[in-house]
Design a protein around this ligand. Structure first.
Ligand code: MSP
Length: 501
């Protein structure tokens, strides 16, 4: 079976998951579910980044400074539970405090060291704890990190450095020869210019911290959190432990990341892999950032949206739909509960929900909920567009393709007017019409599986089917609904929402 390996960033756990973190995770889940439907063996990795200063400080703030591991266990459990409640179908949840990861990082460090790419030097400069990154004066705005509105720490210490600049030419060549390596294109250009003009060697250890993975052979230093974190993508598939799994799974097909962390993923990480003599990931895809009602989401502003609250208010599927429909993947956007309500009432309840309701109700009324005789039909339009969109991570267009089919089905109802056919007793035409509509619904159900898995399952169950059996090749074929089988209208897919007005 063809393999497909995809990852999300591993998240810092100095706070609860937000819809921002949920966004990347949901996008990855859509890819994972889609690739499984194509019949591939998917390995989907997500997890938590636990060795940074951010986490120890959060532990202290929470009064758990004397028990950082206990704090991290609690937070990692919370993150894991959240992803579970969100219905995320990852294959492994990795924590960088796991023993497996420590072993992988040590093995990796030694390979890079053996290549001669690690040297000792004096680091004198700035460090932003918010970014967990060494930054320069030119990154600052009014003396502060523009992302975190905090002044950086001034650090002067002896560190180990990685010869990043040694890989400048190789990176540029790889970027130029593999146009899909960094996507979308504007991110590729951004990274290319950084690699060409600004990239310097980087410090990859810290001597003043006591939290993290010790440098092999020098316990007085810990490995820089990003150098350690990136290696999770290898640990997750067996590096240093299960060579057979590693060989069979690496390289990753897609590393999904936010645009905020592309330099680490598109420059440092590939250079680390080149140094260690390992293949490069096939693609790094960076999505945009969204604001909340036009304002940057931040703990200090108190506008952080919790995905579980959205789940309780709407549902996981509605959040998935909204994020993928509202924000073009790769671009920046805005999250707003009011917009979500609008899309719920319009596209979900009125267009899709109503279509299902009408078709199922009419089948009940005219055919006693029994699927009528098969009718041939031209291949459905929009399915090619759907595949094209999903294989390029254009989720927005993928949903548009499904909704084109929904609208086509709604138009078909208006055009055929089954109630008139029934009144005029044109039973054959009525039967043919209903069969076409039921089959359209079944197709819509399958196409929805990656995006809205619970809704898809409900819809398919109404048609006497289940989304857990089968893949696209076996399901996106006209005429699989068996005449004589029973359908059930049941509860509406998107019930009218109680409003406070
Ligand atoms: N720990 C590092 C990643 C290491 S990967 C080897 C990190 N963690 S993080 O917790 O800060 O998560 C950052 C990621 O969360 C972003 O890259 C992005 O994927 C996601 N997002 C967080 N807020 C977001 C928005 N407001 N909008 C979109 N994505 C957001 O960086």
């Amino acid at each position: 079976m063809e393999k497909f390996y995809l990852t999300t960033p591993i998240y810092y756990i100095n706070g609860k998951p937000s819809v921002g973190h949920a966004y990347t995770t949901i996008a990855a889940d859509i890819i994972a579910r889609y690739q499984r439907l194509l019949g591939k063996e998917v390995f989907f990795l997500t997890g938590t980044d636990e060795n940074g200063q951010k986490n120890t400080e959060a532990a202290e703030k929470a009064g758990k400074g004397d028990d950082v591991p206990g704090y991290l266990d609690d937070m990692a459990a919370l993150w894991q539970k959240t992803f579970e409640e969100m219905g995320v179908t990852h294959n492994r949840f990795i924590r960088t405090t796991e023993e497996d990861h420590k072993i992988a990082v040590e093995a990796f460090w030694k390979r890079v060291e053996a290549t001669g790419d690690i040297y000792k030097g004096e680091y004198e400069g700035l460090y932003c704890k918010g970014c967990e990154a060494f930054i320069t004066e030119s990154d600052l705005v009014d003396g502060q990190c523009p992302h975190h509105q905090t002044a950086p720490e001034v650090i002067k210490e002896e560190n180990y450095f990685f010869k990043l600049t040694k890989y400048r030419e190789a990176l540029l060549k790889h970027i130029d020869e593999n146009p899909n390596f960094i996507m979308p294109k504007k991110r590729r250009n951004e990274v290319r210019s950084y690699v060409e003009k600004f990239m310097t060697d980087v410090s990859i250890s810290r001597s003043s911290l006591n939290w993290g993975i010790p440098v092999p052979g020098d316990e007085s230093q810990v490995i820089y959190v990003w150098f350690d974190a990136l290696i999770n993508y290898l640990t997750g598939v067996g590096f240093g432990k299960d060579n057979a799994q590693f060989e069979a799974t690496w390289p990753a097909d897609v590393h999904l990341v936010g645009k905020d962390i592309i330099k680490f993923h598109c420059a440092l990480w590939p250079a680390m892999l080149l140094s260690a003599g390992l293949p490069l990931p096939k693609q790094i895809y960076a999505h945009g950032f969204f604001t909340i009602d036009g304002i940057k989401m931040s703990k200090s502003l108190g506008n952080v949206v919790d995905p579980i609250e959205v789940k309780n208010d709407f549902s996981n599927d509605v959040l998935r739909y909204f994020l993928m429909r509202e924000i073009r993947f790769g671009e920046d956007g805005d999250y707003s509960a009011a917009r979500m309500e609008e899309r719920y009432n319009g596209e979900l309840a009125n267009e899709l929900g109503n279509l299902a309701n009408r078709v199922l109700a009419m089948t009940g009324k005219y055919f006693d909920s029994i699927v009528p005789e098969k009718t041939p039909h031209d291949a459905l339009e929009h399915i090619d567009a759907y595949h094209d969109a999903l294989s390029n991570l254009h989720f927005h267009d993928g949903l548009e393709a499904i909704w084109s089919l929904v609208r086509e089905a709604n138009q078909f109802v208006e055009q055929k007017k089954p109630w008139v056919l029934a009144k005029e007793e044109k039973i054959e035409e009525l039967a043919a019409t209903m069969y076409v509509l039921l089959e359209m619904l079944r197709h819509i159900g399958w196409l929805l599986v990656p995006f809205m898995p619970d809704t898809a399952e409900k819809l398919l169950q109404k048609l006497g089917q289940t989304s857990t059996e089968g893949n696209f090749e076996s399901k996106l074929t006209w005429g699989l609904l068996n005449p004589g089988s029973t359908i059930e209208k049941g509860e509406p897919l998107f019930p009218r929402r109680e409003t406070n007005e």
